[in-house]
Design a protein around this ligand. Structure first.
Ligand code: UT7
Length: 333
């Protein structure tokens, strides 16, 4: 990150939304051959929320999270200049952000989707920061939301145990550079390993009879869990160290480690590699599972609500997942 900033940015509000239906490991065990014991010891997950109502999509979840963030600071939604929806599970391939813009009444906001899988919220936060830093926008709503339950193969026990549905939102506002709270960021992609985690588009075998072009459809989630695990545990600590170092901070300065909630063992292994005490890890995996782009803003909202994260705390957030993509942001709360 270059130091020649024009405007600072601050997260001034957070919100979240989870579906009503709670599904326990025992219930999952009636769908595939697994057990509460296996799921809990391998992942730390006890239950997850799934969007089960007919006709509901990411739009309802993301809108609710956004409205909570807006109402918390009594903001007029017309003052939002930009809405970024981080998701890999829109209800429309052209994007769901504009539908959310309409539902919440953010009529003056440009709205677009950003796809970077489980790193989506981190990439969106950094993207929003650029618009604020250069003075283009003042108020930006960033939503991380996913309903991967719609893309999970519910007969594949290696993936279906992991995911849950949720949405989290934050409002980033410009401020004087001396109050800037985004101290640094570090983002990476390695497309060589894209096939480790994907929702791939597959073409039909037979082409169109006249035009000779191929059409197809998207498949279910496929994942090489072991490789994704190894990637996360090796790359995320390096990213965090780089990010802290460039901001002239050290591990000792970190108050909270808020990683993408993929697996409790990953959270512990990353903290261990960084010599960060486990009581500084923010984790809500047990209740929600891996909610992809929603996991960081959901956990952030909860930690702020219960005053775990308080003013001036140094919070390191890091996302990782399909792409492969990963990255970290250091925040002063
Ligand atoms: O958000 C995106 C990022 N994604 C991730 O971070 C996922 C990272 N990976 C993981 O979290 C872990 O790899 C998993 C939780 C997905 C799997 O844990 P693992 O310790 O890597 O298990 P494994 O895939 O090596 O499987 C071990 C054994 C296998 O049996 P054998 O071959 O040893 O006989 C699997 O067939 O466990 C079996 N197994 C299961 N058994 C009961 C796999 N899934 C299940 C299951 N229940 N649900």
């Amino acid at each position: 990150m270059k130091k020649d900033m024009f405007q600072g940015a601050k997260i001034i509000s957070t919100g979240s939304s989870i579906p009503y239906a709670k599904v326990s490991n025992e219930q999952i065990s009636s769908v595939v051959e697994t057990s509460d014991e296996w799921i809990f010891t391998r992942t730390g997950i006890k239950e997850r929320r799934l969007l089960t109502q007919y006709g509901q999509s990411i739009v309802e979840l993301a809108s609710e999270a956004s409205i909570k963030a807006i109402e918390q600071i009594s903001m007029d939604p017309k003052n939002i200049d930009l809405l970024i929806l981080a998701t890999s599970s829109p209800n429309d391939l052209f994007g769901s952000a504009s539908k959310i813009q309409y539902v919440i009444g953010a009529t003056n906001a440009l709205a677009f989707d950003l796809t970077a899988a489980c790193s989506g919220f981190v990439v969106s936060l950094v993207t929003a920061f650029q618009f604020i830093r250069n003075g283009s926008y003042k108020n930006i709503l960033i939503i991380g939301a996913d309903v991967l339950s719609k893309w999970v193969d519910w007969s594949d026990r290696s993936t279906c145990i992991l995911f849950g549905d949720a949405a989290g939102a934050v409002i980033l506002q410009s401020c004087d550079v001396s109050f800037n709270s985004i101290l640094n960021f570090h983002l990476k992609t390695d497309g060589k390993y894209a096939n480790y985690l994907s929702i791939a588009y597959k073409e039909n075998f037979d082409p169109h009879p006249v035009l000779k072009l191929y059409q197809g459809s998207f498949q279910y989630i496929s994942m090489n869990g072991k490789e994704v695990y190894k990637f996360a545990v090796s790359q995320v600590p390096l990213s965090i160290l780089t990010c802290l170092h460039q901001a002239n901070l050290s591990i000792k300065d970190v108050d909270w480690l808020l990683l993408h909630q993929a697996n409790e063992r990953i959270l512990m292994a990353v903290a261990d590699k960084l010599s960060i005490s486990s009581d500084k890890i923010i984790s809500n995996l047990g209740q929600y599972g891996n909610t992809s782009a929603a996991s960081i803003p959901l956990a952030l909202h909860e930690a702020v609500q219960v005053h775990r994260i308080v003013a001036n705390d140094i919070v390191v957030i890091a996302g990782f997942g399909a792409g492969l993509t990963w990255g970290s942001v250091v925040l002063r709360w």
